[in-house]
Structure formats: C-alpha cells, structure tokens
Ligand binder design. Structure first.
Ligand SMILES: C[S@@+](CC[C@H](N)C(=O)[O-])C[C@H]1O[C@@H](n2cnc3c(N)ncnc32)[C@H](O)[C@@H]1O
Length: 197
C-alpha cells in the first residue's frame, strides 16, 4: 500500500461500505497507473464514499472529477475529502454516469479515466467517453474479471449472466489492438489498464 493511503480511514470505510470500495490489492495498481500517466485531469466513474478519488487526488496532485448517482454516498465522500484537505481538488457530479460522463468529457480533456460503477455498463461508459479522450489517455477499469467469471468462455450462473456477458463485451473492446494497448491484471477482481492508441 503506498504511504499516502489513509489506512485507518480505509479500514473504517471498508467495515461500513464493504465491496463498495476498491480492493486493497487493486489500489496500488490504480495509483501506479495514474502517477505514470499524463495527469492534468482525472475522471472517475463511480465515487461511492470517495476513497479512490481521495487516493487519486493525494497521489497525483491532479484535479479529479468523479460521478456518483447516490446522493447519500456523495455526502459521506465530501466529508472525507474535507477532513483530508483535498476538497478543492475533487469535484463530485451527482447523476447517472451514462449522461454525465459524455457531458464532462466533451467539455474537459481527461488524461486518465477510472471506471468503477455499474459492472454491466462499462461498455456504455467507454462508448460515452471514447471520442472525447486523446490518443495516449489511460483508462483503468476495476472488477473486469467480475467474481472470477469473465475470463474464459464458461457459461455464467443465471444471476450473473447479464453482468458477465456485458463485461466480456467490454473486455473485447478494450483489448482490441486497433484501439488500445491493454493489460489485464489478476489482482482483486481483475483490473484493466489501457492506453488509447
Ligand atoms: C464500486 S463503487 C465505487 C468505489 C469507489 N471507486 C472506490 O473505490 O472508493 C461503485 C459506485 O458506482 C455507483 N454507480 C453505479 N451505477 C452508476 C451510474 N450509472 N452512474 C453513477 N454512479 C453509479 C454506485 O452507486 C456505487 O457507489
């Protein structure tokens, strides 16, 4: 875990919000990718209670825009950012990312995008921002091997079928070598790090 990570706060948040926060083993990869990327402006899709946005803001010193559809979670996130002294560098946008992301991406140049919202919608989020980000922009997506069910072509259990089918489509899109340089990492529930080419 990088030194900057507010570990005590992370444990308290994890105890309360559980799966809604990036896995401890995936966070260093997200941060390493963000620090290595050109990083004037970051877009996060899926804020939850603000932990990954906090880590991105602290680690990179960049401006972070983050999108969340749940106002209650955003209220918790704003308190966290204020307590950690980064409120001025994180801007939260309440709404459905499918509507908000293309609006933001059309208005601002994002160098780094972290996708971590509805698992069945990753393809829609990608389509929504793709034309607005430049060559060289980096996209990190969390949980791309959702419950270990996405890799391979096994038939997923009924209750996970939609997410797994959609996530497989998303992984096909980001591993298309005419559009992205992409690496899939077997950490947490699977993390993809891709660069637009
Ligand atoms: C896994 S959590 C995000 C965790 C956060 N990135 C972190 O690691 O601290 C996913 C969040 O995406 C939000 N979400 C799901 N679908 C959404 C949508 N269509 N638009 C905006 N937010 C959405 C959920 O409410 C949830 O809080």
């Amino acid at each position: 875990m990088p030194e900057f990570a507010p570990d005590v706060r992370a444990e308290a948040l994890r105890a309360e919000y559980g799966y809604d926060i990036i896995a401890g083993e995936s966070l260093p990869l997200l941060i390493a990718a963000a620090v290595a990327a050109p990083r004037a402006r970051i877009l996060e899709i899926g804020t939850s209670v603000g932990y990954s946005a906090l880590c991105l803001a602290i680690a990179t010193g960049a401006q972070v825009d983050t999108i969340e559809k749940d106002a209650g979670k955003l209220a918790v996130a704003r308190r966290l950012w204020r307590d950690c002294g980064v409120s001025d560098r994180i801007c939260a946008h309440l709404g459905d990312a499918e509507d908000v992301a293309p609006r933001l991406a059309a208005a601002r140049k994002y160098d780094f995008v972290f996708i971590d919202a509805a698992k069945s919608k990753y393809g829609s989020y990608l389509d929504a921002i793709y034309d607005f980000i430049d060559t060289g922009a980096v996209i990190v997506a969390d949980d791309v091997n959702y419950l270990g069910l996405v890799a391979g072509d096994g038939y997923p259990p009924h209750k996970h079928r939609t997410i797994v089918t959609k996530m497989r489509e998303f992984v096909r899109a980001i591993t298309d070598p005419t559009r992205f340089e992409c690496k899939l990492f077997d950490v947490g529930d699977g993390v993809a790090v891709c660069k637009k080419i």
